[in-house]
Design a protein around this ligand. Structure first.
Ligand code: NAD
Length: 512
């Protein structure tokens, strides 16, 4: 099965990757279902992805279960060495992986590479697993008695990932899980599964034994199988809020460990003392990079005072008119298409709603079509001014290149906006005033805060996660929390006192 050649004009037949092998989905005659994968620049079907049935997912779980005892018993050093080799292989294949991401997701090549790099940083963090898994030791807590604790793997873990980061989000999960000694089933988005499949091939090449990383492509049926199967110990989910809430509730009831990241509406407050040109440049990248299909994209700008609002709109407008929108694999493009026709139409629909709601559409990208790719799933960047907090375009996640400007009179009014919003993923403040920045960071109700940084995605040795409806569960992705999520503590109390019998005791054991 050729999963590698994105330039091939024929429609590719994708497979699952189980037990170190490509496994074809059941054919349609035997009841197999398939999903369509598009090249969003061309607006054409590029691959057919099998959608795994319950039985197919169960076979993958059985394979991961069989691989666990062997892998769980390897030393952390051995596992770290696999991660070192995997890192080198991803670097070697960076261009190929970026093309796979760009041609199925639609983000431009430089952005695709950047996202793979951010995933690689988690692999680099996982290379330190011997140190990260070190336990604690209390010497001589009583005569001849020591207490120590260690972190052990959970078993089979599963990750369910969204379309918008087909490389990075899977790499938030499986390197940490596998380095901790678990086996892992990845259920990537069925919209762009080629890069995750290639990553699984590279893990095998790096020395991860067959079954340590299995990839099943699928939809709700696959997800539900993973959520209910008692052999799966932990579920890591990233996607939209309604599904995150469902995944969290369902898998928690099954007694699994769950972390479920959801949607977002990220605000950027621009104070009157901010450098407007820098703030406008930051907003261009944060709102329109990856066509706004990032959970950390800024979708709301909050200039404080009318003057700041006017200056910001004035600075943004020419920049947005000059934004180069085109083919995702053309190096000169700054923004590519959206992932599917349906998603493009949904985003366009939101712009229609904003106009009906009375927001001022300063720049209208709805009818944009690049001459070379008239059938692609394109929309130009859109900019709304005078958006109010009661409008749907403010309240709901649009997940496209649409920036809403909500003007605030004071800092307090600006701070109340993200604090009262249902989402609490990322947020930023642009100011030159340290007091304002510190006050903002302390009081804002969001999980990740940027001070003069528009997209504050924590580096891999910190942990990633939002608050409120942006995150269900209590352990974040990667960093120290990732280690805690993918391992569990065992505490041992040991007595070694040669020739001494403490005798029978029927009271509560106490250390003396
Ligand atoms: P999605 O929720 O539609 O899909 C995510 C995953 O869930 C996919 O693997 C999909 O196959 C599966 N799924 C879809 N419907 C399901 C159902 N009914 N039952 C069970 N599983 C189902 O999300 P998406 O459109 O792929 O991704 C975009 C969303 O992800 C946005 O809301 C974005 O904000 C969010 N996201 C959040 C973060 C974060 O860290 N907070 C990061 C990236 C993306």
């Amino acid at each position: 099965m050729n999963t590698r050649d994105p330039a091939a004009s024929a429609v590719k037949e994708l497979t699952h990757f189980i037990g170190g092998k490509h496994v074809a989905g059941r054919d349609a005659k035997s009841g197999g279902r398939f999903g369509d994968v598009f090249n969003p620049t061309l607006g054409k079907l590029s691959a057919r992805a099998p959608l795994a049935s319950k039985a197919e997912v169960e076979a993958a779980i059985a394979d991961s279960q069989a691989a666990f005892p062997g892998w769980g018993n390897t030393s952390p050093l051995t596992r770290a060495r696999v991660m070192f080799r995997f890192k080198e292989l991803v670097e070697k294949h960076m261009d190929e992986l970026a093309v796979l991401v760009s041609s199925e997701h639609g983000k431009v090549l430089s952005d695709a590479k950047g996202s793979i790099q951010r995933g690689l940083e988690v692999v680099e963090f996982a290379c330190g697993i011997p140190h990260l898994l070190k336990g604690e030791f209390s010497d001589s807590v009583s005569s001849g008695i020591d207490v120590y604790s260690m972190r052990q793997p959970l078993g089979v873990c599963a990750g369910i990932t969204p379309f918008n980061f087909p490389a990075m989000v899977p790499m938030w999960m499986f390197p940490m899980a596998i380095a901790c000694g678990n086996t892992f089933i990845l259920k990537p988005s069925e919209k762009d599964p080629s890069c995750p499949l290639r990553l699984a091939e590279l893990m095998l090449e790096a020395g991860a034994p067959p079954g340590v990383l299995n990839v099943v492509i699928g939809d709700k049926e696959s997800v539900d199988t993973l959520l209910h199967d008692p052999r799966v110990q932990a579920i890591s989910f990233v996607g939209s809020t309604p599904i995150a809430r469902y995944v969290f509730a369902t898998a928690s009831l099954e007694g699994k460990r769950v972390q479920a990241m959801g949607g977002a509406k990220n605000h950027m407050v621009v104070m009157p003392d901010a450098d407007i040109e820098s703030a406008a440049d930051a907003l261009m990248g944060a709102a329109y990079g990856s066509a706004g299909e990032r959970c950390m994209a800024i979708s709301v700008a909050v200039p404080v005072t009318e003057k700041t609002g006017n200056e910001l709109i004035e600075a943004m407008s020419p920049k947005l008119r000059a934004l180069k929108v085109g083919s995702s694999i053309d190096e000169s493009s700054e923004m590519g298409p959206l992932v599917t026709r349906e998603h493009r139409d949904k985003v366009k629909g939101y712009v229609d709603i904003g106009v009906q709601e009375g927001a001022k559409l300063v720049i209208d990208g709805r009818e944009f079509r690049p001459a070379k790719h008239p059938d692609g799933f394109f929309i130009g960047g859109c900019l709304f001014d005078n958006v109010r907090a009661d409008m749907r375009i403010y309240k709901e996640e649009i997940f496209g290149p649409v920036l809403s400007v909500v003007r605030a009179k004071t800092f307090e009014e600006a701070l109340a906006l993200p604090n009262e919003h249902e989402y609490g993923n990322g947020v930023a403040v642009f100011t030159r005033n340290g007091d304002v920045a510190r006050n903002f960071a302390n009081k804002v109700q969001c999980g990740m805060v940027g001070i003069n940084v528009p997209i504050p995605v924590p580096l891999s040795f910190h942990s990633f996660g939002g608050w409120k409806n942006s995150m269900f569960g209590d352990m974040n992705q990667h960093g120290p929390e990732g280690v805690r999520f993918y391992s569990r503590v065992k505490t041992i109390t040991a007595r070694w006192r040669e020739g001494v019998n403490p005798g029978a005791s029927f009271g509560m054991p106490l250390m003396k």
